[in-house]
Design a protein around this ligand. Structure first.
Ligand SMILES: Cc1c2[nH]c(c1CCC(=O)O)Cc1[nH]c(c(CCC(=O)O)c1C)Cc1[nH]c(c(CCC(=O)O)c1C)Cc1[nH]c(c(C)c1CCC(=O)O)C2
Length: 343
């Protein structure tokens, strides 16, 4: 299927584009009343994610309503632990929670390497429906959590400010940590390959908890596994977004991927220098900027675009859009990016 709008793919590959493509991390869901309406028709997030027709519907909503240049499949990074044998629940207003966690080799032995097709067929079905319904209007992004971030949830059992149990594990049981990280990595490769076979046009790895590791641990317990995934996937362009990994930018420039996501703490010029010119940079407006007035959103978005000017760029926020941001402000952000080249 030929894409009618392939700006994202061309920008990722470093090919010429008429204008910078734009999408938002966490664009599917939460901010849109249309999403909340669908969400209320089911028992909760997990049922929505596991009902392919509905997952496809909320995946496409931001394309129709906001005018983004890409859709991202509606799912969650935590489907991987579940497929490995560690189910999660989504607790209203509090986030993910795991009834069981991994704390010993015995716990590890109960887990398996997930098969992307058999264990996650509901995501694969949602991707196929979405591709059919999108009909080539924009590319579809597939995604997974980076192994370290998934590991952090599997050890900790929920969100945490410090993830101190997960970090402790790297010191107290380094061998077991590597074993679990390798199982997550193998599961993730299977999963991403299945997503690609079902039709996704680009994949993104989310290392949301990169920034809590010391640089040496980041290299051995995270980047090493991200590199394995990048090396295993060559069918579509890859984006690596490692929140807070400012200390690892130079090494990330050497990953076998096309795009590196920047969070809003990372200076653009400095990142460009560290990462190099032969990667696309994605980001990086402060998500809180969208609380400003429409005029202010336009101003800061143009300032962001100025900073990326002349280099390979995909416009986005520096992290996921906050749930209470008005869709109108998101539209101002998107329209400002789209109009930038015409100024
Ligand atoms: C760390 C992480 C998670 N999930 C994800 C990450 C990495 C990105 C990041 O750093 O934000 C990724 C994710 N989660 C979701 C998507 C869907 C696609 C998209 O719009 O980007 C994506 C890409 C849906 C979701 N995942 C979740 C929701 C809200 C659930 C609801 O509708 O009740 C959605 C739409 C729940 C979720 N899922 C997770 C948390 C911590 C929470 C609760 C807090 C929150 O809402 O952000 C884990």
């Amino acid at each position: 299927m030929q894409l009618k709008n392939d700006l994202l793919i061309r920008a990722a590959k470093g090919e010429a584009v008429e204008r910078t493509p734009v999408w938002l991390m966490r664009q599917a869901g939460r901010i849109l009343p249309e999403y909340r309406a669908v969400r209320e028709s089911v028992s909760g997030f997990i049922e929505l994610a596991q009902t392919p027709e509905l997952a496809a519907e909320v995946t496409i909503q931001p394309v129709d309503i906001l005018g983004v240049d890409a859709a991202i499949i509606f799912s969650d990074i935590l489907v991987i632990p579940e497929a490995m044998g560690l189910p999660y629940e989504m607790v209203e207003k509090r986030g993910p929670w795991f009834p069981n966690v991994v704390s010993s080799v015995a716990d590890l032995k109960k887990l398996r390497i997930a098969d992307g097709v058999d264990d996650l067929s509901y995501v694969i079905d949602a991707i196929k429906i979405t591709k059919r319904e999108l009909d080539g209007r924009v590319p579809l992004i597939g995604f997974a959590g980076a192994p370290w971030t998934i590991f952090a949830y599997m050890i900790e059992g929920s969100g945490s400010k410090t993830f101190s149990k997960a970090r402790a594990m790297l010191y107290t049981q380094p061998e077991m940590s590597h074993q679990l990280l390798q199982m997550i990595t193998d599961s993730t490769i299977n999963y991403l390959k299945a997503q690609i076979a079902a039709g996704v046009d680009l994949i993104q790895l989310f290392d949301s908890w990169a920034g809590i590791l010391p640089p040496e641990h980041y290299e051995t317990f995270s980047l090493k596994y991200i590199a394995q995934i990048c090396d295993a996937i060559n069918e579509v362009p890859k984006t690596v977004f490692a929140k807070g990994a400012f200390f690892a930018r130079e090494q990330m420039g050497k990953l076998n991927c096309e795009t590196i996501g920047l969070d809003w703490n990372m200076g653009v010029a400095e990142s460009r220098k560290m990462i190099g010119d032969d990667k696309t940079l994605q980001g990086n407006l402060d998500p809180a900027a969208l609380y400003g007035s429409a005029k202010e959103v336009e101003l800061v978005t143009n300032l962001m675009m100025d900073q990326f000017k002349g280099g390979r760029h995909i416009a986005n926020l520096g992290h996921g859009v906050y749930p209470d941001i008005s869709p109108d402000k998101v539209k101002v952000f998107i329209e400002t990016v789209k109009n930038y080249a015409k100024r």
